[in-house]
Ligand binder design. Sequence first.
Ligand SMILES: [Zn+2]
Length: 198
Amino acid sequence: MTKHFAALLSLALFFFQSGLAPAQPPPPAHAPALHWPQFPVRVYVEAPDGTRDQRALIVLAGLDEWVDASHQKVCYLRTMDPKAADITVRFVVGKFLLADAPVIGETEVNWSGSTLKKASIRLAEGAGTMEDLQATAAHEFGHALGIQQHSSDQSDLMFPVEVLHDSQIGDPLPEEPPYVTAHDLRLLAAGYPQLLRP
Ligand SMILES: [Zn+2]
């Protein structure tokens, strides 16, 4: 089976002034908790040149958030061969992934039963700061690790709207990029009851 997740991006001012609701409806309560059969998972991040390799390291820092939060129960090996990877990450030129919606990150997961087979993440290259990229990558890795639900608490990493720090204003907005919270970890633990004990 295949499923798509997408992170929507909105300008923080617009988001807070408008009270924009999360763009995606919550998934059904019976959505299966998915899991990888074992760790480490093999991760490929597209890095064709030096500049993008820096970007790849920022993306992997997003995955490291899950490694740290899980006390290394979640772990990974980086592979340079996309065919050998469980999770692939690719960049899309431009500010957004789609022409008609401010989507900055997207994850497609393939699974059988409750076992993940492959996950593919796409990230927009031109959106936001490096902190935004790391936060978006961390959110998408949450899906790639098996989380099918979003949080309704905007302080959680798995809240579905990523906030762009508005570089037009000059000063970064006071809100810190989201990081893996205890609630985010509980969402992940639903797929790994032995490993993570929700
Ligand atoms: Zn999401």
